[in-house]
Design a protein around this ligand. Structure first.
Ligand code: NAP
Ligand code: MG
Length: 489
């Protein structure tokens, strides 16, 4: 195989008030291409002072009303312009995403960035459609409601869909007139910084979108504590989410949390088996399994177990890890060495606890470089095993055979998470009945891992609360004000 190409960018500063800005500490950290183990760029290590400066810029932009007071139609048009600029830069930004995260260019170019564009256009359309109501009440009074921007939003995002998960927050925040301080994951800050530059180029007023790169425990923590931040929109692990809730209590900030998952994918014997096998493969191996909604627990009805395993293993063996920048690659590099270690640790646990390793299980290097892991499938997993309970966030599938519908529903719901689920069957009654009984924010029937800007997404149970995307997300970025008018004079 050809060597994976190396790319080196100039230092990346913070982005505050529409300007690149040097970090207060003067410190930078390296961001690594996980396919080559080379440093791509030095990124500013923001600290509390930088966070405070960005929050004050966002607060001043909010107070000036230049953004929230702009005609809503014009705000929508500006969002649309940002979408156009991003679309025109798809190749450039998809490339950044791939060298920073290790995901196949096929995914960044044809899925991540196009979805970002769709989400921005969708919320551009909402900008002039968010309004209150007049409400009939007792007495001679007029009561109406106003939907006002919640204020300064602190957005904290993970490394698996770096720009997309930021845009899920920025889209509805900007449409409703909020201002934003974004803290991207330290591992993948590049696309967010570039996006903020594009927003400035499109004419977004200074201070409306600021990006502070740096550590979660420093910048993230400072954002959550900051009294001028009105709301935190967080995507990441359940552990950090819980901590954010506790810290946010200090200022009763609004919080929305999109957290981890261990999503069940249920294959009934009457389904289109070929489609289910393809879905099971993509459900876990798309995005290297670093997908919060990954179908990481595959429940297979006993009578079709052997056929499903045969098809799955054959597919997995073909999905050989390769250069993420090659257009034909479908299995990229794990985001970091630490994450690769975590994934390999779970694989070792799966073996130690008695699951059958059906394929994969090994770390891979390309030309002696890169944090790749083979697509891995464990068979005969039981619900108590660690690999059936904990989120691995890597290309590792746990296959659990089942006997009947009641048993599979019980097992599917028996984890602390409730983000998503998929069901494969030709029986429409069963499909809807099972969909109603699964405790998850999204259920796919005869499909998996499909998203749309208009369809709400979020978790039950410890997968978080609040919904992103769709009309639902607008709730999270507005406050309702009730105005009473005495009509008696
Ligand atoms: P993570 O460790 O929770 O980090 C998420 C973000 O929070 C990062 O920007 C991180 O910064 C920051 N952070 C860390 N400590 C913080 C603190 N004390 N206060 C404020 N912010 C803090 O998660 P991850 O490892 O990046 O991502 C993987 C997790 O995200 C998985 O559990 C996955 O399920 C979840 N996820 C969920 C969804 C969803 O929609 N439900 C989508 C994608 C991912 P640094 O990393 O820079 O330190
Ligand atoms: Mg990186």
């Amino acid at each position: 195989m050809e060597a994976v190409k190396e790319v080196r960018l100039s230092d990346r500063q913070l982005f505050i008030g529409n300007e690149p800005s040097a970090p207060h500490s003067g410190q930078y950290f390296a961001t690594i291409n996980p396919a080559t183990e080379e440093s791509i760029a030095q990124v500013a290590a923001g600290d509390r002072e930088d966070t405070d400066r960005a929050v004050r810029a966002a607060h001043a932009a909010l107070a000036s009303k230049e953004w929230s007071g702009m005609d809503a139609t014009d705000r929508g048009r500006l969002l649309w312009n940002i979408a156009d600029l991003l679309e025109a830069r798809t190749e450039e930004i998809a490339h950044l995403e791939t060298i920073d995260n290790g995901k196949p260019i096929f995914e960044s170019q044809y899925v991540d960035i196009p979805l970002c564009v769709n989400v921005l256009r969708y919320y551009a359309g909402w900008a002039d459609k968010v309004h209150g109501a007049t409400i009939p009440v007792r007495g001679e009074n007029l009561v109406y409601t106003r939907r006002e921007p919640v204020g300064v939003v602190g957005a904290i995002t993970p490394w698996n869909f770096p720009l997309l998960l930021a845009v899920w927050k920025i889209g509805p925040a900007l449409a409703t007139g909020c201002t934003v301080v974004l803290k991207p994951a330290e591992l993948t800050s590049l696309s967010a910084l570039r996006f903020a530059e594009l927003c400035a180029e499109a004419g977004l007023p200074a201070g409306v979108l600021n990006v502070v790169t740096g550590k979660g425990s420093v910048v993230g923590q400072a954002l959550v504590e900051h009294p001028l931040v009105d709301k935190i929109a967080f995507t990441g692990s359940t552990e950090v989410g819980k901590r954010i809730m506790q810290t946010a209590a200090g200022t009763t900030k609004r919080v929305s949390l999109e957290l981890g998952g261990k999503s069940p994918n249920i294959v009934f014997s009457d389904c289109d088996l070929e489609a289910a096998i393809r879905g099971a493969h993509n459900g876990i191996f798309y995005g290297k399994g670093e997908v919060c909604a990954a179908g990481s627990r595959l429940f297979v009805e006993e009578s079709v177990h052997d056929a499903v395993m045969e098809g799955l293993v054959a597919r997995a063996k073909r999905a050989v890890p390769a250069d993420p920048l090659h257009p034909k690659t479908r299995m990229g590099a794990i985001v970091s060495e630490a994450q690769q270690k975590t994934v390999l640790g779970y694989i070792a646990k799966g073996k130690a606890e008695g699951a059958t390793l059906a394929t994969g299980g090994e770390a891979v290097k390309i030309n002696d470089r890169g944090f790749f892991v083979q697509p891995t499938i464990f068979d005969h997993v039981t619900p108590e095993m660690t690999i059936a309970r904990e989120e691995i966030f890597g290309p590792v599938l746990a296959v659990i055979p089942f006997k009947d519908e009641a048993e599979v529903i019980r097992m599917a719901n028996d984890v602390k998470y409730g983000l998503a689920a998929a069901i494969w069957t030709r029986d429409i009654t069963r499909a809807h009945a099972v969909a109603a009984r699964i405790k998850a924010g999204t259920v796919w029937i005869n499909m998996i891992n499909t998203y749309d800007a208009a369809a709400p997404f979020g978790g039950f149970k410890e997968s978080g609360f609040g919904r992103e995307l769709g009309e639902n997300a607008l709730e999270a970025y507005t406050e309702t004000k009730t105005v009473w008018v005495n009509l008696k004079g």
